[in-house]
Design a protein around this ligand. Structure first.
Ligand code: BG6
Length: 510
């Protein structure tokens, strides 16, 4: 406990607004030469250190098949931090952090290298006071999980006691369908008990995603109309302007639905539709998500309720961009989709009959992620029909990124002598409402791992339920035809417009 707070009678030490600082600990990263480590993990660790949220003796160990000394790895971390950290570079922070950086060379099959890793971790406990508390971050392809987990078990690195914790952090893809996810979970749970497994869905670490819960449960305004009596439908969109070139090795064979819908978009749906949790404890929060996901399923027939596509060349903001095959993003003849849209339903009293349209794609019109709740029309409009021609449906749009905020759309009288009504918007923007800038998702999530706060990490059951929702669609796609082409810079293939038009609705053009 911080003595300064204890001494001040005006500060309640239980106050959750006090900085959440990690206790003595270290992180071992497997896959330090990959993009995720360089662009997200290493910068996030520095940013946490810079914000004073890591313990002074914090240790970072890299493990990879490189003939590097500690200094070489430290230089790699230094470059990653200089290039990608969110907060300003400070020599004193870096000096302290870099003292705790170590590197162990070796391949995942190499017993001697893992023995050396165990020795290194034990030595850090002596030298840096990490107290035996270590997180193992598997920033590696899932095919490598079994061998690394076996090594962690063999060397005793996965062993925890009452005095020391050991946690494993894994990244998606958590399998490629329900069966493989179950197999993967078994492999992980053989070595680490479920409460020590932290599955990263980085969307849950985003401020705006957590704000869905604040918006819904801290206010009186929205919850009474948050149901099928008032909501017409919900659109969850994650549009990206980037292509898949550069990530082809990962993306080809996976595609938009497995890459994004199975995790990020289904989690957004769960937060949007779940009942109020008793508290924000991990059990309550995950319990409510599990409940609503158990009631969620895809709407059929899939030839009318889903769409998928692959981008051709096109124009994006005045720049000519190549198609996914020309840029080597997919192998010739690949059936992997770069755009996916599906329709889900939530079979419970609150949501029965409300369609949830989820879509995501690469090389779309612009980068935007949002949850748009579209309300039914007023049951009666006491205006002449011509006066409401430009009145759309009421909508509440949670903008996850960019331009983070919330917009409400409603009808307003157009100034003048007639009673013409037109749709207008009321806007909340993080950028203007708050002075604090939002931490990166990985900062929040890494800190939660080190503090043992698992609320924002999906459990086994959530992952399996998401696959249960998606599997029937994937099976249908595997049997029927191929993805439809769409031009880069557009909003996806014509079949996406058709699927929503069949229900009498249209996609938003954010
Ligand atoms: C990842 C996907 O999970 O999320 C990528 O694998 C995608 O394909 C990325 O580009 C988008 O993340 P963000 O935070 O930029 O929206």
């Amino acid at each position: 406990m911080n003595m300064a707070h204890q001494a001040n009678p005006l500060v309640d030490p239980r106050d959750k607004r006090l900085p959440r600082i990690a206790g003595p600990c270290g992180v071992v990263i497997f896959g330090v030469t990959g993009d995720l480590s360089r662009k997200k993990l290493m910068p996030a660790i520095y940013d946490l250190a810079n914000r004073g949220l890591l313990p002074p003796g914090f240790a970072l160990v890299g493990f990879a098949r490189r003939e590097w000394a500690d200094e070489d790895f430290t230089e790699l971390v230094h470059e990653a931090v200089r290039e990608h950290a969110r907060t300003p570079f400070r020599e004193d922070v870096w000096a302290q952090l870099s003292e705790g950086i170590r590197f162990v060379p070796g391949s995942f099959e190499d017993d001697a290298a893992f023995d050396e890793l165990a020795g290194c971790v034990a030595q850090l406990d002596q030298e840096r006071g990490t107290g035996g508390n270590h997180a193992f971050y598997l920033a590696i392809p899932p095919a490598m999980f079994p061998v690394v987990l076996k090594q962690l078990a063999r060397t005793g690195l996965a062993e925890q006691t009452d005095e020391q914790w050991r946690r494993v952090v894994i990244e998606k893809p958590f399998g490629h369908d329900l069966r493989s996810a179950q197999e993967l979970n078994e492999i992980v749970n053989d070595v680490f008990p479920e409460e020590s497994v932290y599955r990263i869905d980085h969307y849950l670490g985003k401020e705006t995603v957590q704000n869905i819960l604040a918006l819904r449960f801290a206010n009186q305004l929205y919850e009474p109309i948050w149901n099928s009596h008032y909501v017409d439908h919900v659109q969850i969109t994650m549009a990206e302007d980037i292509g898949v070139a550069g990530r082809a090795g990962y993306y080809d064979g996976i595609g938009a639905a497995r890459d994004v819908i199975q995790n990020h978009l289904i989690q957004l749906l769960a937060l949007t539709t779940m009942e109020e949790p008793l508290s924000f404890s991990p059990e309550s929060l995950r319990g409510e998500k599990i409940k609503v996901l158990s009631a969620t399923g895809p709407v059929e027939p899939f030839e009318d309720t889903t769409a998928r596509g692959q981008y051709l060349g096109g124009w994006q903001g005045g720049t000519k961009v190549p198609g996914v095959f020309e840029e080597g993003g997919l192998r010739p003849g690949s059936m992997t989709e770069t755009f996916a849209a599906i329709t889900l339903g939530v079979d419970n009293r609150r949501w029965a009959g409300v369609p949830f349209f989820l879509r995501t794609g690469k090389r779309l019109g612009r980068r935007v992620t949002e949850v748009a709740v579209i309300f039914k029309r007023a049951p009666h409009l006491p205006f002449e029909a011509t006066m409401t021609e430009e009145l759309g449906q009421n909508a509440l749009v949670i903008r996850i990124q960019p331009d983070e905020g919330v917009t409400i759309r409603f009808g307003s009288k157009v100034p003048g002598t007639t009673m013409e009504v037109r749709g207008v918007t009321m806007d909340f923007r993080y950028g203007t409402a708050f002075t604090e800038s939002s931490p990166e998702a990985y900062e929040r999530l890494l800190l939660d791992v080190l503090r043992g706060e698992p609320s924002l990490f999906p459990v086994n059951a959530e992952v399996e339920l998401s696959w249960k929702i998606l599997d029937p669609v994937l099976e249908h796609w595997a049997k029927h035809g191929k993805p439809e082409p769409y031009s880069a810079g557009t909003w996806g293939p014509p079949s996406a417009d058709r699927m929503i038009a069949l229900t009498g609705r249209t996609w938003r053009r954010p």
